[in-house]
Design a protein around this ligand. Structure first.
Ligand code: MG
Length: 265
């Protein structure tokens, strides 16, 4: 009997267990096409990487971008049919607990989005209760915003994760109070005349200069503890920011359409 062979699988299991957080769920449905359950507590967390110090923040938007927040007001945003009621001060705005999610008045198709955010300091709470917010693309697909600096949570709930579906490739978070940037390239879904999805939505996410997602597909709109399903729509939607009760701050938000090749100058 070859003992190495016998014990190798046990060693692999033990290694996986050491990487896993133990935070999360084991009674949720299977993620389609993956070996993991939704918010699986045994799914390994991504490796941590310290982002390059030279990555610049709060720089001016490209000339063809739509500026969604210029440091002054939330006139481009609303909450339901009401004006957005989050607090604006000192060139940033802050999630205001109980004021609800806010979303852009304008809808967008396929786009490049730049957004900067900063987790509350001193940090409060743990797992999903620390600096939680989120960026919902088309108002449906969440890229998670969470303070994961020395804070364990389930893998598919990490900052830059496609919540409930795909963890980020790395953890590139900065310390609470420091500014993070997300550069998000999003392509919405397409549907045929019968309403069947013919191209799933996909996203590339760069966090502080580090790739977290690369053209990764969404299984459907974001859910909690469930497996989502697509329902046909016109493939446009707002940018929605989540009120999860934590005073996460945002600044310098701009968006531009992806565009097509061979446009005239
Ligand atoms: Mg969230």
């Amino acid at each position: 009997m070859n003992t190495t062979r016998l014990f190798a699988p046990l060693f692999v299991l033990a290694s996986l267990a050491a990487l896993a957080t133990g935070v999360g769920y084991d009674d949720t449905p299977q993620i389609p096409g993956q070996k993991w359950k939704v918010h699986d507590k045994n799914r390994p967390n991504p490796p941590t990487v310290i982002p390059a110090a030279t990555f610049s923040h709060n720089a001016a938007a490209p000339s063809d971008a739509t500026v969604l927040f210029d440091g002054k007001d939330l006139s481009k945003w609303k909450s339901g049919s009401d004006p957005a009621k989050w607090t604006v001060a000192d060139g940033v705005f802050m999630v205001t607990k109980g004021a609800g999610d806010i979303e852009t008045r304008e809808k967008f198709g396929d786009f490049q989005l730049h957004i900067e955010w900063s987790a509350p300091t001193p940090p409060k709470g743990d797992s999903q209760g620390r600096g939680n917010s989120g960026i919902f693309l088309h108002g449906l697909y969440e890229i998670q915003v969470l303070d994961v600096y020395e804070n364990k949570t389930y893998a598919d709930g990490q900052a830059g994760g496609i919540y409930g579906q795909w963890p980020p490739l790395r953890n590139a978070i900065k310390k609470p109070g420091e500014w993070n940037s997300y550069d998000i390239i999003f392509e919405g879904p397409r549907f045929d005349a019968a309403g069947t999805v013919t191209r799933k939505a996909s996203v590339t996410v760069i966090h502080n200069g580090v790739v977290l997602q690369h053209r990764q597909e969404f299984n459907g709109p974001t859910g909690h503890r469930n497996v989502p399903k697509y329902a046909a729509y016109d493939s446009t939607g707002p940018i929605r920011l989540q009120d999860h009760g934590d005073p996460v701050r945002y600044r310098n938000i701009w968006i531009r359409p992806l565009g097509t090749y061979d446009q005239p100058e």
